[in-house]
Design a protein around this ligand. Structure first.
Ligand SMILES: [Ca+2]
Ligand SMILES: [Ca+2]
Length: 134
């Protein structure tokens, strides 16, 4: 049975600073945004959607709502948080893949999801807050 999933991306916190060094802008902190997509049996289902960029903060807040049609409860939501850079490729700040059933249903039961470290960046840290309607 397929559903329409509405996800609201609330906030992230404790994100790493990916704006240090040669290619940084002068402001000195990451400029985070979130890319969301549905994964079904390991493959992308539907199109990727993004939050706006929050400039220069390790603790961004968004509040944007995203709708994904035709999802199944066995699907997963992948969230990648990236640092927007005006030069070069945006840096990955953290990622998480959650079964849809593990995304909390309303704000009162909101949990922070710890981001998953990556082999290339073992110092990943941070967490992400989401709620859903299904
Ligand atoms: Ca950067
Ligand atoms: Ca940046």
């Amino acid at each position: 049975m397929s559903h329409q999933l509405e996800v609201r991306v609330l906030a992230a916190s404790d994100l790493r600073n990916a704006d240090q060094g040669m290619w940084s802008n002068s402001k000195g902190n990451s400029d985070p945004y979130v890319c969301l997509k549905i994964k079904r049996k390991g493959r992308t289902f539907g199109r990727e959607q993004q939050t706006p960029v929050e400039n220069d903060t390790p603790n961004p807040t968004w509040g944007n709502r995203f709708t994904f049609k035709g999802v199944e409860m066995s699907d997963h939501l992948q969230c990648k948080i990236k640092d927007h850079d005006s030069m070069g490729t945006d840096d990955l700040l953290g990622r998480i893949i959650l079964p849809l059933s593990q995304i909390p249903l309303d704000r009162r039961t909101t949990t922070w999801h710890a981001l998953v470290p990556d082999e290339e960046n073992p110092n990943f840290r941070g967490k992400l807050q989401l709620v859903r309607n299904l």
